[in-house]
Write a protein that binds this ligand. Sequence first.
Ligand code: GLN
Length: 301
Amino acid sequence: MVKRYSDLYLDARRALLPSYGQEQAGFVARQLLCAASGKSQEAILANRDKFAGESVCDTMESWTLRAVAGEPLAYILGQWEFYGMTLEVTSHVLIPRDDTMAVAELAVRQTLMLEHDPRVLDLCTGSGCIGLAIANQVKDVRVTLADISREALAVAKKNTVAHKLTGRVSCVQMDVTQTAPAFLGQFDLIVSNPPYVTSGEMLELEPSVRNFEPALALDGGGDGLDFYRAIVEHFKDSLKPGGFFCFEFGMGQGNDVCRILKEAGFQILEVKKDYSEIDRAVLAQKIREEEMHRGEQENSL
Ligand code: GLN
């Protein structure tokens, strides 16, 4: 049955009301209708008394059911905004979160200060959001996006192509729990938003995360720190002397992540908060061999 645009909107909003509440329901209904019809909000308003085609009506019906079932809007729309880019997302990758702006900003700022064709590696890249933000902001940087999941890498690759960054961005499959492959070479900066949810927290995730987002991208082991230990151990030699690690971490994990970095010979340069004023990201620099030895000598004097 075909419907008018106004009814498509109102029916979706009514269905979404119990789970989304007054304000959000209208917003989600509008987003769905714009994407389903390929029209702007203004065009929908101007055409509100016109009938939409059958496929728009069918799409709205199935998308509304998915939204009512709790599926995040990003997966239904198949795309999400991050750092001024529209990125494709599927259920194989985490939805880029506002929290992740902290690590992305730290990494972009540090990369802008690097000289001579810098190289950046984004580990556990998922949709590619952090590495692509860096490539998009820093014109001469070459970026490698790495993930263990082939499905995630396929998404990262599509996003690279969509943003015309294939000349400077490459995608490789990589398991960070294994030694870094020799072909990788060395980087100026390695950034990562690895899985950091503890085993205990995994049981208490919100349904929209637990039921729809990939556990592989969230589960950081017993204390949530497995991937920081693995990345620091396996990839510190993939950093040039004086190179940088830049990590996102979970609420309350800052001290532990900084300790892992310091124990491996890194100096903490900055801890950055997210929009909720929670410590969320760290930038650390590899202390050069000479400086380490100098430190040792001074200690022994
Ligand atoms: N911030 C995400 C969440 O708790 C977790 C992201 C991650 O594990 N890297 O939903």
